[in-house]
Design a protein around this ligand. Structure first.
Ligand SMILES: Cc1cc2nc3c(=O)[nH]c(=O)nc-3n(C[C@H](O)[C@H](O)[C@H](O)COP(=O)(O)OP(=O)(O)OC[C@H]3O[C@@H](n4cnc5c(N)ncnc54)[C@H](O)[C@@H]3O)c2cc1C
Ligand SMILES: *[C@@H]1O[C@H](CO)[C@@H](O)[C@H](O)[C@H]1NC(C)=O
Ligand SMILES: *[C@@H]1O[C@H](CO)[C@@H](O)[C@H](O)[C@H]1NC(C)=O
Length: 495
């Protein structure tokens, strides 16, 4: 026994210097959203000793499943976007989770309680002009408006007489773009951005399983799994400073708001682009490389928000995925200035995790405002909106909600926004997302502080699967390096 123990202790003591600095952990992962949880669990499963530090009191980050209504709802990510080569979809299927498709089935209403021509609105919404990529790229709004006018002039000349409908339909299309991109206006978004869809259906729901299941699976907690022995997770632990090592013999030291500090050979930073924008000058012991600072400044972090109401039971038509709110110009003019935000709500969407809830979607500056307004105002104005657009047309009185929830992704100091998008400056900084992903190297050229997260994904940013891919990317970077199998090339990270 004693002999074995001695061998163990001795073995550890000599092993450490050979592997570099002597630290309690191989890797510290900062942030346990999709990227951090993927990195931490992949490393732990490969035998690395991992510490995960998460500022909030829960795992998931911008995925936040909550019990609500007669089931559950998602305050953050709602769908799996595409099922071909999707890390999220693959894990769900592997664990026999029956995901459900939720294709866009639109039911439009106007602000005077009338219904527009449903088939026509659906046809117009389905014209996805953004598939085309003008060269040089231009603002999405300008481009789509031009294409739209060409289309109706050619195919629906009668519609040209209804300038009010055209204006307000385009305004609805603007909101639709903003709710996809998390932008404030579709003229802030560039055509032909670098985002690539995964193949397959774009709206696949975890419904009553909740997006949370993705995290339980990764953490080996799904179906009462035992977890991962190599992974220590500390919640409610905000990291305030990462001390970047210069010399190869130094550890990475991570300091926390509660006064604790931890050391490891490597750290992976997965905080959102919003957090980096606000905190990068104090979060790192040394100024970040100029390219990374530029990328942090230039890539946009937008806001998408949700107001979720529950009711005694569903009162809306079945098999619709978006009750679209299309204003009339005169009605809009009569809305008092303090209620302007109500004119920029896309519509109402019945989420699939419950049968008696409706989500109203907001974006951009209005989403920020809705996070701050008193709850009673948001609630009563949202019910009034539902009455105005749907209640009157359906000839019902919208019942009093039984519950109210809203997202605060912008106010939340640990996200400071919803997700990143390609703005008008993106073509001038084609390497920006790559810059965001570059690790900080020590004097021997070894990556010591690494970066993952949605915004660092050049093709799949703004998604859960894309964030997960970056967590895997950084875990692999470390595993390949530690295994020393020659696949790791420091030069790859020079600009
Ligand atoms: C309303 C909304 C709807 C969306 N819809 C979809 C969708 O339908 N499909 C889809 O694929 N994607 C969707 N997304 C995007 C998706 O949620 C994100 O791209 C993804 O979850 C980001 O993961 P991440 O790991 O990069 O970042 P995050 O999830 O933000 O993880 C970062 C973690 O770091 C923590 N942190 C921050 N600062 C510190 C600190 N100082 N110390 C310690 N920890 C810290 C945070 O608390 C957080 O847990 C949506 C997002 C929102 C907000
Ligand atoms: C993706 O979904 C479609 C539609 O449900 C299905 O036909 C296809 O087989 C799925 N692909 C994968 C890889 O599971
Ligand atoms: C690391 O190396 C530097 C420079 O060679 C040296 O000054 C320092 O004492 C070393 N530190 C440790 C912890 O070995």
């Amino acid at each position: 026994m004693e002999f074995l123990l001695l061998v163990c202790v001795f073995g550890l003591a000599v092993a450490a210097p050979a592997d570099g600095p002597n630290a309690a952990y191989d890797t510290i992962v900062i942030g346990m959203g999709s990227a951090g949880t993927t990195a931490a669990t992949e490393l732990a499963q490969s035998g690395r000793k991992v510490l995960a530090l998460e500022a909030q009191d829960r795992i998931g980050g911008r995925v936040h499943t909550l019990p609500f209504g007669d089931g559950l709802v998602e305050l953050g990510a709602e769908w799996i976007h595409g099922n071909v080569s999707s890390r999220t979809y693959a894990l769900a299927t592997k664990h026999n989770i029956d995901t459900k498709l939720q294709p866009l089935m639109l039911d439009p209403y106007r602000s005077d309680g009338t219904k527009p021509d449903v088939a026509m609105v659906r046809e117009l919404v389905d014209l996805d002009f953004t598939e085309e990529q003008p060269n040089p790229p231009e603002a999405v709004g300008t481009f789509v408006t031009k294409k739209f006018m060409e289309y109706i002039t050619k195919n629906k000349p009668d519609l040209l007489k209804d300038q009010d409908f055209i204006t307000e339909f385009l305004e609805f299309s603007n909101l639709l773009t903003n709710n996809l991109e998390s932008s404030n206006d579709w003229n802030d978004v560039i055509t032909g951005g670098s985002y690539e869809h995964l193949g397959g259906p774009q709206a696949i729901s975890w419904h009553r399983h909740g997006y949370k299941a993705f995290f339980d699976i990764m953490l080996n907690k799904y179906n009462n799994g035992p977890g991962l022995p190599n992974l220590d997770i500390k919640l409610n632990t905000e990291v305030t400073r990462v001390v970047t090592p210069q010399h190869p013999n130094e550890t990475v030291t991570v300091e926390c708001k509660d006064g604790s500090s931890y050391t490891a050979k490597h750290a992976i930073v997965t905080v959102s682009l919003g957090v980096l924008k606000a905190k990068h000058t104090t979060l790192f012991s040394l100024p970040l490389p100029l390219e990374k600072q530029t990328a942090i400044e230039k890539v946009s972090m937008g806001v998408v928000g949700k107001v979720i109401l529950s009711f005694e039971k569903a009162w809306w038509p079945k098999d619709v995925t978006l009750f679209a709110f299309i204003w009339k110009g005169d009605d809009k003019k009569n809305v008092p200035a303090e209620d302007y935000w109500t004119t920029r709500i896309l519509g109402a969407h019945p989420p699939m995790g419950s049968s008696n809830t409706l989500t109203l979607w907001t974006s951009g500056e209005v989403a920020k405002q809705v996070e701050k307004l008193p709850e009673e105002i948001v609630k009563s104005k949202c019910v009034a909106l539902l009455q105005r657009f749907m209640g009157d047309a359906l000839k019902i009185t919208v019942p009093v909600p039984t519950g109210f929830l809203r997202s605060t992704w912008y106010l939340n100091p640990y996200t400071r926004g919803s997700y990143s998008y390609d703005n008008l400056e993106a073509p001038r900084y084609p390497l920006a997302r790559k810059w965001l992903s570059y690790p900080l190297l020590d004097s021997a050229g070894e990556p010591r502080v690494l970066f993952a997260g949605e915004a660092t994904n050049e093709r799949h940013f703004s998604t859960v699967h894309g964030a997960s891919e970056t967590g895997r990317r950084e875990a692999e970077r470390l595993l390949l390096m530690i295994r020393g199998d020659g696949n790791f090339n420091v030069k790859d990270f020079k600009l």
